[in-house]
Design a protein around this ligand. Structure first.
Ligand code: MTE
Length: 304
């Protein structure tokens, strides 16, 4: 994200529960012709096609072999190669801040009370590539209810483990460590927001964020913090890692938005890993029907 330009390999896509939504989006997008060409980024977009009616999930190999996880290196194949020895057992998650039931949970005790759900979501990286991923996890809202946040809790902050001896990237000053992310409370409580523990019905591989990572499907992929070891309820908007690193390029909200370009590349189209042709990016990554109301009245250019 700091170093590379977006897009490398082509790519495919869907979401059983959102199939109907895709159909509607498809109809909307199919009617739109390629827009005027202003410079090379517009040229890229001009070749982008509307989405297929059904988007099929990416393969296990694609999802586990093409990753962003800077604790294990900055190349897409580094996380798979360098995270093999990373220890995810035992694992504790600290829940603290403005909450009635702060506690240190063993991972197993944290997840035991809930039923795991399988959900196929579109995943859109800020670097303008995308995948369709069958996650397994727990709606974050269910966990949060158990912790009983106080009314003064306005945001949730998530922190990745700090383990430089196992995460070689943390010995380098590429980013501020440990990686931190945050959500507004209503975003955290939204039924689409998932605490992920698995992939394709199996335990989450290390390179995808084992044992516990966040997925917010209408936001850019960097919001999906991996290897979470702390969940804090706070009253102020947390500053997330990418925002600290480059505040002009990455914001707190990071909602997928084809109308607001990254300063260095277009966000109006994307390259689906495994496919040849670029496709148009959808507002809120295609989940607008479910989430647009969260941002009613907000200037999404300012709150990028
Ligand atoms: N979490 C941590 N701790 N460190 C990271 O470097 N990268 C983010 C996000 N979560 C990252 C992270 C980015 S930029 C993306 S696109 C997604 O993880 C990639 O998730 P995936 O590898 O499972 O596709």
């Amino acid at each position: 994200m700091l170093i590379k330009k977006p897009g490398d390999i082509p790519s495919s896509e869907i979401t059983s529960e959102n199939l109907y939504l895709n159909r509607r989006k498809f109809l909307a997008v199919a009617g739109i012709a390629a827009t005027g060409v202003v410079g090379s980024r517009r040229l890229l977009d001009a070749f982008a096609v509307a989405r297929p009616q059904e988007e099929k999930p990416n393969t296990w190999e694609e999802i586990t072999g093409y990753n962003n996880y800077y604790e294990f290196g900055t190349d897409k194949d580094d996380p798979a190669a360098n995270s093999k020895e990373f220890r995810t057992k035992p694992w504790t998650v600290k829940v603290d801040g403005l909450v009635k039931k702060p506690a240190d949970y063993h991972f197993e005790d944290l997840v035991k009370p809930y039923k795991l759900e399988d959900r196929i979501y579109r995943f859109r990286c800020v670097e303008a590539w995308s995948m369709v991923i069958p996650w397994r996890g727990i709606p974050l809202a269910e966990m949060i209810k158990t912790f009983e946040p106080l009314p003064s809790a306005k945001y949730v902050q998530f922190t990745t483990i700090y383990a430089p001896n196992e995460m070689p990237g943390q010995k380098l000053a590429i980013l501020q460590w440990p990686y931190v992310e945050g959500l507004r409370m209503d975003e955290a409580m939204h039924p689409l927001t998932l605490m992920v523990t698995g992939l394709y019905g199996k335990t989450l591989p290390n390179q995808n964020g084992a044992p516990l990572r966040l997925i917010v499907p209408w936001k850019y992929g960097f919001k999906g913090i991996k290897a979470i070891t702390r969940i804090s309820f706070v009253d102020k908007q947390p500053r997330n890692t990418w925002q600290i690193s480059a505040p002009d390029e990455y914001g707190f909200y990071a909602n997928v938005n084809p109308d607001v370009d990254h300063p260095r590349w277009t966000q109006s189209s994307e390259r689906r890993i495994g496919q040849f042709r670029r496709m148009k990016t959808l507002m809120f990554n295609g989940y607008a029907d479910r989430v647009a109301s969260l941002y009613a009245g907000m200037d999404l250019r300012k709150n990028f």
